[in-house]
Design a protein around this ligand. Sequence first.
Ligand code: UPG
Length: 442
Amino acid sequence: MVHCHILLVCFPAQGHINPSLQFAKRLLQLGAKVTFSTSVSAIRRMSQVASTIPDLTLAPFSDGYDDGWTSAPDVQAFMLSIKTFGSEALTNLIMANENEGHPFTHMVYSTLVSWAGEVANQLQIPSTLLWNQPATVFYIYYLYFNKNEIFTGENNEIIELPGVPLVLSSSDLPSIMQPSSPAVYSFALTAFKEHFEILDRAGTKQKVLVNTYDALEFQALMGIKKYDVMGIGPLVPSAFLDGKDPSDTSFGGDLIQKTVDYIDWLNSKDKSSVIYLAFGSYFKFSEQQMEEIAKGLIRSQKPFLWVTRADNTLDYMKEVEKQGLIVQWCSQLEVLSNPSVGCFMTHCGWNSCIESLANGVPVVAFPQWTDQLTNAKLIQDFWKTGLRLAAADGGIVTAEEIARCLEIIMGGGDRGEDIRKQAQHWKILAKDAVKEATDMFP
Ligand SMILES: O=c1ccn([C@@H]2O[C@H](COP(=O)(O)OP(=O)(O)O[C@H]3O[C@H](CO)[C@@H](O)[C@H](O)[C@H]3O)[C@@H](O)[C@H]2O)c(=O)[nH]1
């Protein structure tokens, strides 16, 4: 690995940056030189974390929205802008490194930056996709784009994935494949299609690295013969996994709220008594839904730590705060690894799912869109570490339903006990997966 110089290109969203940074650390440990490239605004957000990885070279590029991609008029405009600016910037970066005598020997690019793979193909640099959703979701897209084998009608058709012992209905597929998906989200389907086109254009059998582990998704990893699909996860810092490197804790952005000491607060609570709620970096609920969540928490009578955006609160929450703590951001892995946390209510972004599995925390699944629907299905019916909330007519999840699921998972019944046991089972296998990876690169 000593002579490797790897260019790691990452989409500028937290759910992409976290696993990519973790992967960068592993490459550095193996002796590679690593240059990490993402947008100017993302590099600004992660600067504190990146400074704890001294050997990492940062190469920011402008995606056209240096104040952050949420300042783009719409997501489609942003995707076009990042592709146009990013392709040019990467080309210049690669040429400059070549001219200065330290050429890139390989490029790794994350989900949604398929254009980076195209730049690598054009400049004849070997490249690898780092897929940061489950292998099952990659398999679903593969069948959809390559084989036309997935039916995406709206009638809850039964869908089988060859080799995977899990039966899905069409409503469990990633939302962007479903006919009801709003046109504004079609950009993601286009980007995923491009991933497969670029892999195929690269010629030889391509490696695809997935933030998962063999025990978790063996059949899905094996399902595609056309590529070499490898589980390299969980991409979670050592301190929260095998504990071999207690200093390896850094993860997440620089947005961690310092004013509220939620860790002291968690430490003051009984084992497995706290509900942790977080719904990813960007999602915003309607006021009605926020109120139902708040009422569900009150019914549960359990302490909670709730991460919510500053612009997504309501007056009613002052009432709820008597029972728990509301913060704008936290170090999620520190929270999930705290013994007081007994349940995680999540939107099922893939990082949140794999972080819950690696920490053995049962889940109440509240998926919103894209892969989150499939992830929730996997959590409930494949790994059996949680329950998916059912929406009432009108799409709202009621306080009763929230309290019902919390009671099953945190209460004394057999079902809750089975779920908690399953969560511990996958936690042990997550640690084993790290050991195997270490054995591969002694
Ligand atoms: O208070 C918080 C909240 C989140 N996080 C971290 O932020 C990341 C969030 O990632 P994820 O759970 O995957 O959510 P999103 O940011 O919403 O992820 C997007 O990207 C994922 C990977 O492609 C997809 O699976 C999701 O559907 C998509 O919404 C995780 O590492 C969390 O640990 C914190 O550290 N503190």
